[in-house]
Structure formats: structure tokens, C-alpha cells
Design a protein around this ligand. Structure first.
Ligand SMILES: [Zn+2]
Length: 199
């Protein structure tokens, strides 16, 4: 349900505190569910329209960077860690091996030069609240020198195993969510990118 502009739930942080404005819970009358075959009551609907405040914490840098056309990963720089130097993508705030804070690093160039499809799945039916175009071409992406695989979606062409892909970013009208990051086959032209996306 679209809300009037003044009712849209908004949050800012000022003087170290969350300040909220607008409506975060919209009430709407429930409706009875009648069995038309018997005329008897079977139940009620429970309308719930809620705006959830999702704080990114230490992952905020990842989403802020995507909106600026940069792909951030994290690397463990702890001398005492048996796996020092390991790079994780998706971004992890803490090293899973030593539990120390990892260092955010920019892997945009590495992704442009080495990203390839590890596996993929095409989804014709999505769940509720999906904002991506159907069918969704979900791809698992591997990068040279990165120990984990990133889940993403292909915006142009058809996925193939081992296909080289490059990242694209919704820099023109970012949502600051993971759908701002997408992938296209290497060699795709700028004019073929979805609206709002840049290399
Ligand atoms: Zn570590």
C-alpha cells in the first residue's frame, strides 16, 4: 500500500540517537473469512503493514560503497590468526577464524578482472516482496584469492558455468540494499545496463 509522503517512515541519527518520523505501523480493519458453501465463519484476515528499522552496523560500509560503485570485502589482518590474510566476500565484520575485527578492503578491480560464475539457478517464481525482474538469474560468483562465494544476480544475458562476469552498481538512484549490486557478462556495453546502473 502506498503511503502519503508525510506517513513514510524515516529515520535519521542525530546527536547519537535514532530520530524517527512518519508512521511505522499502519492499522487497517481486518476482514472476516466466510465459507460461501456453508455460510459459516472460517476465520479473519490480519492486516499488518509494518516498517522495520534494519541497522547495518559494521556492514554499513559495504552498502554505502555499492551505491558509490565500489565492492568491499573483508580481510583478516590479525598476526595471531592462523588464517591471516584470508579475504571474505560477502563482507564479514569479524574474521570467523579468530573472531577479531576484519579490515574492509576494496575488491572492485579484482572483481572486474577475475569474477566468474561458480554455479547458478534460474528462479521463475519468487517470494513476496520480490523487486527483481522474473525470471531471476541467481549466480554464485567466485573471485581469485577470495575464500568464499558471493550470491548475486545476472542482469544481462544467460548464465553459464565459468562465465566471466563484471559487477554493476545502482549508483544513480541507490536503494542501499543488496539489489544495488548486480552482474553482467564481461564485454557488456554500458547501453545494455538496467536503468540507474553503471560499471
Ligand atoms: Zn582471523
Amino acid at each position: 500500500m502506498a503511503k502519503p509522503e508525510e506517513d513514510i517512515g524515516r529515520v535519521v541519527i542525530k546527536d547519537g540517537r535514532y530520530k524517527i518520523s512518519g508512521k511505522f505501523h499502519i492499522s487497517e480493519a481486518n476482514q472476516p473469512i466466510f465459507n460461501e458453501d456453508t455460510g459459516k465463519l472460517a476465520g479473519v484476515t490480519n492486516p499488518r503493514d509494518m516498517t522495520y528499522i534494519h541497522t547495518y552496523g559494521g556492514e554499513a560500509i559495504f552498502f554505502e560503497s555499492v551505491a558509490k560503485g565500489k565492492l568491499m570485502a573483508s580481510r583478516c589482518d590479525n598476526d595471531k590468526c592462523a588464517f591471516k590474510g584470508t579475504i571474505h566476500e560477502p563482507f564479514r565484520i569479524y574474521c570467523p577464524d579468530c573472531l577479531r575485527k576484519a579490515t574492509p578492503i576494496d575488491i572492485t578491480e579484482k572483481a572486474r578482472k577475475t569474477a566468474k560464475i561458480h554455479s547458478y539457478i534460474i528462479t521463475a517464481r519468487s517470494g513476496a516482496f520480490n523487486s527483481l525482474k522474473l525470471p531471476i538469474k541467481f549466480i554464485n560468483i567466485e573471485f581469485e584469492g577470495v575464500s568464499t562465494i558471493l550470491m548475486g544476480y545476472l542482469s544481462v544475458g544467460e548464465p553459464e558455468m565459468e562465465m566471466r562476469v563484471v559487477p554493476i552498481f545502482n549508483t544513480k538512484n541507490p536503494t542501499y540494499t543488496i539489489v544495488d549490486l548486480s552482474w553482467v557478462p564481461e564485454g557488456t556495453k554500458e547501453s545494455e545496463l538496467p536503468e540507474g546502473f553503471t560499471f
